[in-house]
Ligand binder design. Structure first.
Ligand code: PRP
Ligand code: ZN
Length: 296
């Protein structure tokens, strides 16, 4: 048995965030034993243990310090915070992860006469998000009844359990196939890395290291390395077109005194438009390649 300290992270066991969250750790250079049936995976090359749990349970894992980090949808965290009597108040959204995007919306049957939130006065709304919905209605001075359901919220109007619903929408297919129309967005959500107030300074250091790797992966994922040849005369114009690059490297091209090679890291997408602009400014041999890792 070794006694090294290990950071513990909670990740959704199955569902929308599960695979991509594990992939994010893999991309950060962390090798996990692959077994999905177990609750706990140990990283082999980093002091990290991964707990695979239901996303609903992750805030409690963090609040009780079973885990110090968790990946979950903002919708889940904020709902727990809305109903949690301060129990989850210290959990901090540390880093948005850019996946698992959805919105929590009010949706009504096609024949429901909706002319703004006031149409909900006196109506019954089915939802699994009574905390967020309740706070939203209160903030907008709407007096409606909330019926809490754990799932299959979208069938509530058809079965006359409720007049309208408040549920997560991603593609919108579930609403459409149940004859419902999205009317008002309460919350826009994506997956976030959530942290508790880590007391142990060694664990805090491990956490910082993991966060810096994840940020580096995120930066690399949206950055591109671009190489091109430019007429010396149009160098300034070409630099101006390169998206989100700081100081490009400019190198001589053997046998050419009118052209130089330009290499740059672009921290934004390089689209066809940009490449066409570069070409219009006299660039040629334009190459755009992905970046696997970057660290300042
Ligand atoms: C969510 C939500 C909707 C559906 C919306 O359910 O409750 O049913 O996704 O997605 P769409 O707009 O792409 O159709 P989820 O699949 O997460 O399962 P659950 O309702 O059982 O929690
Ligand atoms: Zn659903």
């Amino acid at each position: 048995m070794d006694n090294e300290k290990r950071l513990k992270i909670a990740i959704q066991k199955s569902g929308r965030l599960a695979d991509v969250s594990l992939q994010l750790l893999e991309n950060s250079g962390i090798h996990l034993s692959k077994s999905r049936d177990q609750l706990l995976c140990r990283a082999q090359n980093f002091p990290l243990d991964v707990f695979l749990v239901r996303d609903d349970d992750i805030p409690a894992f963090l609040a009780t310090d079973v885990c110090q980090l968790g990946v979950l949808g903002q919708n889940v965290l904020r709902e727990k915070q809305a109903v949690g009597n301060g129990q989850f108040g210290a959990l901090k959204e540390e880093l948005p992860l850019g996946y698992g995007r959805c919105r929590l919306s009010i949706a009504v049957p096609q024949d429901f006469a909706y002319s703004g939130l006031a149409s909900l006065n006196g109506k019954t709304i089915a939802t699994s998000y009574k905390g967020l919905l309740g706070a939203y209605l209160k903030a907008h001075d709407i007096d409606a009844n909330i019926v809490t359901m754990q799932g299959a919220v979208e069938v509530a109007p058809r079965t006359h359990l409720a007049d309208v619903i408040c549920d997560l929408v991603s593609t919108g297919n579930t609403l459409t196939s149940n004859g419902l129309v999205e009317r008002d967005v309460i919350l826009r959500s994506e997956a976030v890395l959530v942290k508790n107030q880590i007391a142990d300074s060694d664990i805090a250091k491990i956490c910082d290291k993991l966060l810096s790797r994840i940020k580096a992966v995120q930066r690399a994922a949206k950055s591109r390395y671009i190489m091109l040849n430019s007429p010396i005369d149009s160098l300034a114009a070409i630099k101006a077109v390169l998206p989100g690059s700081q100081s490009p490297t400019v190198m001589p091209l053997q046998g050419r005194d009118d052209m130089v090679a330009v290499h740059a890291v672009c921290e934004e997408g390089v689209f066809w438009d940009t490449m066409e602009d570069l070409k219009a400014n006299g660039a040629n041999s334009i190459l755009v390649v992905p970046i696997e890792k970057m660290l300042d």
